[in-house]
Design a protein around this ligand. Structure first.
Ligand code: ZN
Length: 384
């Protein structure tokens, strides 16, 4: 069975150690529904929880006054009676078998907007609960309803511009790593960041640079720009150095308080050391943001980040850009990624390797890197 991008993500989110054999187990038997329930959350949000025996692979659709959750490789549970709380937007729920999929159809009292990714969580089993797909939503004018009412063609519909914050690492008194030929990381990544900004802008995204010149910014300041701009994605661009001059290739990282391996841990320490250059300012910011985020939100942000990073590694490889040996996506406690915005830190290559140092300073290779990143952003599913 071919795995969807989403399914692969869900699996990678579990544990890299069990990726190798998990798909065979997960898809041997169909998933089954354990419970369906609704409730009210702060901000008058309706919460819909679908509990399943296995990690759910799902898609959402929004017919007028309905929300349909389609669960792959699943069977209906005819004995299941949804527990519906009073005062939510959900008036009734039914299940329908469509081939090997189950559609959970929620009838709504009012139309809703497309549910953004940060309002969707897949939780792993704990205590009395199995896997849970958790969806939070409020009343709003759905896109479908707009098109029905005004009979607009698709091209006339207003489309949201997704916001990307591009962070060129280091800057000013912090050169980052330096190649044997004297190339400074801060200059390479600024050049790539500017090219990336113009290509993403041309592709219909709204982009911001954390720095557009050779200035020094604290890591927390960079993360706070992602917050203030309400970014949908935060990309921190870096280049690498390794004691072994033969080491080559790109590598992609997401935030985790526990590093995926020793090398990732050392890299995070090296990148975080940028903050030790100047002690005044924003040290507290990243801590505050993490405290403000609930465990559930952190889980959702981490999952979205891994999804982006997995797709990004795929695009780099498809463009034949050399990859550093190791897993496609690694994790480490990078301070610049500590925020509510999903994102990744991209080590574009090794300045410590003479061949890659030359490549990283060439316009053609920088354009190739930019094209791979643009493709990865376009392929990323901002809404589910
Ligand atoms: Zn760096």
């Amino acid at each position: 069975m071919k795995l969807s991008r989403r399914t692969v993500l869900k699996i990678t989110g579990v544990s890299t150690a069990i990726i190798a054999f998990l798909p065979k187990i997960a898809f041997a038997a169909p998933n089954s529904l354990r419970s369906i329930r609704t409730g009210i959350q702060p901000g008058n949000k309706t919460r819909l929880v679908i509990e399943t025996a296995q990690r759910p692979s799902y898609s959402l659709s929004y017919p007028t006054n309905q929300l349909i959750i389609t669960l792959s490789n699943s069977t209906v549970n005819s004995g299941l009676i949804p527990k519906l709380a009073d005062g939510t937007l959900v008036s009734s729920i039914k299940q329908t078998q469509v081939g090997d999929k189950v559609q959970v159809i929620a009838n709504l009292t009012k139309p809703i907007n497309t549910i953004s990714k940060d309002q969707i969580m897949v939780l792993s089993p704990n205590g009395d609960n199995d896997y849970r797909l958790v969806l939070d939503f409020v009343a709003g004018q759905s896109r479908t309803a707009v098109s029905d009412e005004k009979n607009l063609s698709k091209k006339d519909l207003p489309t949201k511009k997704y916001i990307i914050v591009i962070d060129a690492g280091h800057g000013g008194k912090d050169p980052g790593c330096i190649g044997k030929g004297g190339t400074q990381e801060k200059n390479v990544v600024l050049s790539v960041a500017k090219k990336l900004k113009s290509k993403l802008d041309a592709s219909g995204f709204q982009t911001y640079l954390t720095r557009s010149n050779d200035t020094y910014l604290k890591l927390g300041q960079r993360a706070s720009i992602g917050e203030k701009k309400h970014a949908d994605l935060f990309l921190s661009l870096h280049a690498n150095a390794n004691p072994s001059r033969s080491m080559k290739g790109f590598s992609i990282y997401t935030l985790s308080e526990k590093a995926s391996d020793e090398e990732a841990q050392k890299l995070a320490e090296a990148e975080n050391a940028a903050d030790k250059i100047d002690v005044s300012g924003f040290e507290q910011f990243s801590k505050d943001i993490r405290i403000a985020l609930s465990a559930l939100q952190q889980h959702a942000v981490a999952e979205m980040s891994v999804e982006y990073a997995t797709g990004c590694a795929k695009q780099f490889k498809s463009m034949k850009i050399t990859q550093q040996p190791g897993p496609d996506v690694r994790h480490a406690p990078f301070a610049v990624l500590r925020s509510t915005v999903p994102g990744a830190l991209l080590e574009l290559g090794h300045l410590s390797n003479a061949t890659e140092e030359k490549l990283l300073t060439s316009a053609s290779h920088q354009n190739k890197l930019v094209d791979a990143i643009v493709k990865s952003v376009k392929a990323y599913n901002f809404d589910v």
